[in-house]
Design a protein around this ligand. Structure first.
Ligand SMILES: C[S@@+](CC[C@H](N)C(=O)[O-])C[C@H]1O[C@@H](n2cnc3c(N)ncnc32)[C@H](O)[C@@H]1O
Length: 390
């Protein structure tokens, strides 16, 4: 016999009236989707909405009216649904948003309408969340800020044990181990290509290259980017590495990073280290890179706001690991553009380049460890402060 004393108080309060309302909404929502797919006249669609057909409704395959509008390629309906409050980032059971559907059907106009609605929603949410602690994890955020595991919470991550391993190909990986023996990559070898191109974009042709660049890197991981920076034909004159995880710091010490000439390892979270007098006394940097772990977009946005104090004028270059939202084409696009808008807010301009990261060989080699980045192309940002007009 089930134990009713533990019954969920919410479900036990569902009344006959509630059930009737749910049935009505389900019927209206289903009829609306059907009407869109059957390309009924706009007036019928508007009548259904006026009658209360919910735009947030998703049928048993996860299809929403916005997905249906994308399927039939109707710009007019996409516009109308978004204006009436349709959820731009709802995913169907196959993991596709309406934007992904528009993209797969080569309907650029519909795609742009949905993407721009996403950008507007995310920018607005960023403003609201910076002003009120109540807006912490709105469901419309591209980035899931409700993840409280060590992969989603920076403090939990910093208190967890890490393991450095070498795979069958001799490639080093840095893994976060969970109690149930599952593991996820904190830094994986497949990102080497991205790091190489990042160093190239950040340092090659830098006007101060010959003097030895002053470099700040946040997050050591496998030290791929730091090693590449040390291998530059003209080594950095100052190379500051901020790293917070005790296991990573121990690994760095073992590998001799603390004693390398010109390298300064600063232990702690960047949020704290950057405020310290010791750090501020170092002055400004020609190159700044940020690639942490288990931090949401809000933290990266905070980092952006520090850039005018960190970067040595308009010649300074900044990049960050652009990996948030990278499990879905639309989310990745929205996230990249939101970061561009926020960098523009602090007076920086972004130049994007692409790195192909989906070769067959890579897919076989890295398999499931790449689940957090499923896009075929990495979009690499390089930001520079704009020249001030005199
Ligand atoms: C993805 S790895 C960086 C990989 C690195 N770019 C490379 O080339 O190997 C992220 C690193 O950021 C560190 N980290 C995470 N949160 C941090 C924080 N708040 N402050 C400083 N370091 C942090 C992690 O411990 C980890 O070593």
């Amino acid at each position: 016999m089930p134990d009713d004393s533990q019954a969920d108080p919410v479900s036990s309060e569902v009344s006959a009236e509630d059930i009737e309302e749910i049935n009505t909404l389900t019927e209206l929502g289903t009829t609306l989707i059907q009407a869109v797919l059957e390309k009924e006249p706009l007036t019928n669609i508007q009548d259904l909405i006026d009658a209360g057909a919910p735009l947030w409704f998703q049928d048993n395959e996860g299809i929403s009216p916005l997905h249906a509008a994308a399927y039939v390629g109707s710009e007019q309906l996409v516009k109308m649904f978004l204006a009436e409050g349709a959820v731009w980032n709802a995913v169907d059971d196959l993991g596709n948003t309406a934007g992904d559907i528009a993209l797969s059907m080569n309907n650029e106009e519909c795609y742009k309408l949905i993407r721009d609605a996403g950008i507007r929603a995310e920018l607005l949410l960023a403003v609201l969340s910076s002003r009120s602690s109540l807006v912490q994890s709105a469901s419309t955020l591209v980035i899931d800020s409700e993840d409280n595991t060590a992969a989603g919470s920076n403090d939990k991550f910093l208190a967890s044990r890490l393991q450095y391993t070498t795979d069958a190909n001799g490639q080093e990986n840095c893994l976060l181990k969970f109690k149930d023996d599952t593991e996820i990559g904190v830094m994986m070898g497949w990102e080497r290509e991205i790091m190489c191109k990042t160093v190239d974009e950040l340092c090659s042709n830098h006007p101060r290259f010959k003097e030895g660049l002053r470099i700040l890197n946040v997050g050591f991981g496998l030290g791929i980017i730091d090693t590449l920076l040390q291998e530059l034909s003209e080594p950095p004159s100052l190379h500051v590495i901020i790293e917070a995880h005790p296991d990573v710091l121990a690994h760095m010490r073992e590998r001799g990073w603390h004693g390398k000439p010109g390298v300064k390892v600063m232990a702690g979270k960047w949020q704290d280290v950057i405020q310290s007098k010791e750090f501020r006394d170092l002055g400004k940097f020609d190159v700044v890179y940020n690639d942490t772990f288990a931090e949401g977009y809000q933290e990266l946005h905070k980092f952006f706001k520090l850039l005018p104090d960190l970067m040595a004028g308009p010649e300074g270059r900044f990049s960050f690991f652009n990996g948030l939202g990278a499990t879905n084409a639309l989310f990745y696009d929205v996230y990249s553009r939101v970061s561009e808008c926020h960098l523009s807010d602090i007076g920086a301009e972004v130049r994007w380049s692409s790195v192909q990261v989906d070769s067959e060989e890579d897919q076989e080699r890295w398999g499931r460890t790449r689940e957090y980045f499923t896009q075929p192309i990495y979009r690499l940002p390089i930001a520079q402060l704009k020249q001030k007009r005199t």
